[in-house]
Structures are given as structure tokens and as C-alpha cells.
Design a protein around this ligand. Sequence first.
Ligand SMILES: [Zn+2]
Length: 167
Amino acid sequence: MDSGSQFAEHQTSLRGKEQQLHNNSALWIKDPLSILADAAERGVVIKEGRIAELVPAGRAPTISDTAIFEAGDHVVLPGLINTHHHFFQTLTRAAPAALDRELFPWLQALYPIWAGLTPEALELAATVAMSELLLSGCATSTDQCMHFIDEQNDRLRARLHFLDQLT
Ligand SMILES: [Zn+2]
């Protein structure tokens, strides 16, 4: 199975769990391959969007009626935090004129392109950047956006709405 099929299957599985979660009050992320938390060898219970319980080795959750996500093929770790990003640069990372250039020639090659970015381009860039961040485990990021366009506030709201849809 290729990685795209695996990803689609994983997403379907997660959507099923999401539906189960709506039917139950909590989700037990059970028996992860590894977890970055003490005394949580059997996983964590998520309730109302928060970690409600750590489940230690040899134990089961004290919270009853949990949906279960079998996490034996998964590593559980906190969402990563990216403190510095330029979402708009996702659109020009492969611009031929800028490839393999030192900083200032790179900037000189890209600024004329960036000067022409539209609100639609910024929205697309944010979509790509946030999707990549989420797929790599990043749950929080900043966007050092240096381009301000009149419609930017509306676009920013659109980005936040999109991010809300992804999470
Ligand atoms: Zn920077």
C-alpha cells in the first residue's frame, strides 16, 4: 500500500473514531507504540478536547464508556510548536531563480515575486503551510507575514477558519 493510501485509510479511521467520540464522552488512545509522558504506558484518555487521564502500565482508564483508538502503530507526543514561519514562502520555495542562492541574492530573486502576491495566493500559502505543519505534528505556529494587503484581515479570518477545520 502506498503512503497516500495509508494516509487516506488513517484519515478514514480517525473520522470513524471522531464519530465514536461524539457518541461517547471520551476517547482512550490505547496502548501506543510509544508515548512521551510518564505513567501513561497504556495511553491517555481525551475528554472535551483535553487530556483527562493518563493510563499507567497494567491499568485501564477510571473514566468509563470511552471510545477506543488502538494506537499500537502510533507514537503519542505533544503537538510541536513552530516559533518562526513565513507561510507565503511555501509558494516560492522551488522558484528556479532563487535555488541554491546565498541570502541576499535569494531575497533579490524572490522579493519581486512576493510583491505580486494576492490575498488568494496568501490564503493558498497558509493552507499549504498549515497542512504541512499539521502532518508533521506541529499544533502551534506563528506566521511572520510581511505582506499586508487591504483584504488581509478577512483573509486572516479565513485562515483561522481553515485551521479550525483541519484540527
Ligand atoms: Zn524569518
